[in-house]
Write a protein that binds this ligand. Sequence first.
Ligand code: SF4
Ligand code: SF4
Length: 86
Amino acid sequence: MVIRKPLNLAKFKVPKGRVIVLAERCKECGLCIEYCPKQILEYSEDYNEKGFHYPVVKAGMENECIFCLFCQEICPDFAIFSEKEE
Ligand code: SF4
Ligand code: SF4
């Protein structure tokens, strides 16, 4: 199947985000890691003070966040969000 490229594609720019994790709030449920559409998150090696691994951005993927805010929406503990980079 051939998928047509939209003619006005150049008009649209994919936004960039900077991921911020409030590690102490995290309970290691893994939702943000599982559902990030860019798959840029993984568990930390470290533990937070509650004894959980928290999400970190994978090495080399620091510029891959597309500011979709899905992690922010899905996190039950308000422990992760993204800030738009201009
Ligand atoms: S804002 Fe979107 S792309 Fe960025 S880390 Fe969250 S879910 Fe992934
Ligand atoms: S969704 Fe929230 S609580 Fe769950 S692993 Fe991600 S940051 Fe931690």
